[in-house]
Ligand binder design. Structure first.
Ligand code: ADP
Length: 563
């Protein structure tokens, strides 16, 4: 095994790789930008090397700096994590050229899967089902229009160099085609410097189901079953689970075989994911799933696979990278129970999910155990900057059955106490408790279809939030008795506070309520509100008070009456 490796990444995935290295006795080198000098991955690693200013283009994406950091520290291998340089064939080549092991596939496999059109053609030759469509060289409007008519409306235009949903347009009829094509090409050129497109039949009820594959340098390839990632917001995964709800033994076998064939077609080595789209307009069916793309790296959502197989996929990556054979054969792999992951983001669901930045004045997650795993890249006190992906943590629950795992995860989302910025914890809790999700009735349109029920129920603060804020400000000495004006974004609310006999009477817009504080410890306030027990974490920041309750975060600013 390696003695020392460098991790060319940050955040939760860098921390997660370091943990496995520590267990295997491998020393770790972190790299960090100017914005990350005190980040968790830097604190956790044995050594850390600065690689440039905050913008990723000037630090985490600069191949030469990372290779130089590996050389300077004597790292034998580089783990790229996901994102950043993980799918850059030139990075894999640069490692090899310097005598450093790239923990991932060979550059040729990355390249073969890098362009959607070429990858589809390769898959078609390998006998892997692909979405009906056109991925030829012709790019003229008339030729593409003819192909679109042949495929049948609606069609999806995709940039061959695409990623992150860019350069993608759904077209419902011939009249809209030319304008949509021009738009997709313009967007693709701007994002990827390549305006080539392909056409696909647009599936009306698709599920995103992907298969984890693993190859070694001895020609062995196995698949570690599927993950369902259909719960997406703007084509970004939000909740992932394994196995896929409703999956049949027959369909799993067909998808697993197709995924292995895809990996074999590029002599795949290391961890990879073959993404399929399944047409579920008539339910899951073994003859209606199609190859979408192969991601030549470890995925964000790999923990659900680890939990149902009992394997550590980073350990597998490292073993394969040193030239060992795969730790298990296909016949030794089995699914045990069910795992669900939710991606906790620093974002504001009340403001169209805009990223939310700032200092994490409070960041308390429920205590992990064997069945609840939390992969986090930040800790209380850290600053979330606008420079990188705003994911705070991945929260993953395992149980023998799906309903129990889902319930456990929903409870864990509500138990998060977050102050200093906004998060989607409560939103995720509502997704996980939604009756359609609970019954396994999922497709990629789930969030838009149910958005009314998933939107913050508490878009306006409840009496309890106001009561916690007013009482906390009073106890802190920030506010006296009488009328307190609390501002939340642009709304101002008045609370009339009267203290008598160790309790409070609060005049709110809906009437007068009684509040008695029963306990206060470690930032958590327990109150009786009209005799009903309530608890919230309350964090003070001058005239600002944050109330965190049931996974929701409410910020109130005390308005000075003199202003
Ligand atoms: P990108 O690489 O830009 O993320 P993908 O090809 O991976 O694009 O597709 C992203 C998402 O778009 C999929 O997970 C799915 O939700 C949707 N999608 C892709 N292809 C189709 C299709 N043919 N029909 C309907 N939806 C699709």
């Amino acid at each position: 095994m390696f003695g020392k490796i460098l991790i060319a990444n940050r955040g939760e995935i860098a921390c997660r790789v370091i943990r496995t290295c520590r267990r295997l006795g491998i020393r770790t080198v972190a790299v960090f930008s100017a914005a990350d000098a005190a980040a968790q991955h830097v604190i956790l690693a044995d050594e850390a090397v600065p690689i440039g200013p905050a913008p990723a283009r000037e630090s985490y994406l600069v191949i030469d700096r990372i290779i130089e950091a590996a050389r300077a520290t004597g790292a034998e291998a580089i783990h790229p994590g996901y994102g950043f340089l993980s799918e850059r064939a030139d990075f894999a080549e640069a490692c090899v050229a310097t005598g450093i092991v790239f923990v991932g596939p060979r550059a040729a496999a990355i390249r073969a899967m890098g362009l959607k059109g070429a990858a589809k053609a390769l898959m078609e030759r390998a006998g892997v089902p692909i979405v009906p469509g056109y991925h030829g060289d012709a790019q003229g409007v008339a030729e593409l229009m003819t192909e679109a008519e042949r495929i049948g409306w609606p069609v999806l235009i995709k940039a061959v160099a695409g990623g992150g949903g860019k350069g993608m347009r759904r077209v419902d009829n011939a009249a809209d085609f030319e304008a949509a094509l021009a738009g997709a090409k313009r967007e693709a050129m701007a994002a990827f410097g390549d305006d080539k497109v392909l056409l696909e039949k647009y599936l009306l009820r698709p599920r995103h189901i992907e298969v984890q594959v693993f190859g070694d340098s001895h020609g062995n390839i196995v698949q570690l079953f599927e993950r369902d990632c259909s719960i997406q917001r703007r084509h970004q995964k939000v909740v992932e689970e394994a196995p896929a709800p409703g999956m049949t033994v027959e369909m799993r076998a067909a998808m697993g075989a197709a995924a292995v064939a895809a990996a074999r077609a590029v002599d795949y080595i290391g961890a990879g994911t073959v993404e399929f789209i399944a047409d579920v307009s008539q339910g899951l069916s073994a003859d209606r799933f199609y190859f979408m793309e192969m991601n030549t790296r470890l995925q964000v959502e790999h923990p659900v696979t680890e939990m149902i197989t009992g394997q550590d996929l980073v350990e597998w990556q490292l073993r394969v990278a040193v030239g060992e054979v795969l730790p298990l054969k296909q016949s030794e792999l089995a699914i045990n129970g069910h795992a669900v992951e939710a991606r906790l983001y620093a974002e504001n669901p009340r403001r169209n999910f805009q990223p939310s930045t700032g200092r994490l004045l409070r960041f308390r997650a429920p205590a992990p155990d064997g069945d609840l795993r939390i992969d986090s890249g930040v800790a209380e006190g850290d600053v979330v900057t606008p420079h990188y992906d705003p994911m705070l943590a991945k929260v993953v629950a395992w149980a023998p059955d799906r309903a129990t795992a889902t319930g456990r995860l929903a409870g864990a989302m509500g138990a998060h106490e977050i102050a200093g910025l906004q998060s989607n914890a409560a939103f995720l809790g509502r997704v996980l408790r939604h009756r359609s999700f609970v019954s396994g009735d999922v497709d990629t349109g789930f969030i838009p279809a149910h958005i009314k029920e998933l939107e913050p129920l508490r878009s306006a603060p409840e009496n309890a939030d106001l009561a916690f804020a007013a009482v906390a400000l009073h106890r802190r000495g920030e506010a006296g008795a009488g009328a307190l004006v609390l501002r939340q974004q642009t709304n101002e609310m008045t609370v009339d506070l009267v203290e008598e006999a160790g309790a409070y009477r609060l005049g709110l817009s809906g009437g007068v309520v009684s509040v008695r504080v029963t306990n206060e410890s470690d930032g958590v306030l327990n109150i009786l509100l009209e005799g009903v027990a309530q608890r919230a974490a309350v964090v003070h920041d001058g005239k600002t008070v944050w109330v965190a309750r049931d996974g929701e975060t409410n910020r109130f600013d005390l308005v000075d009456p003199a202003d």
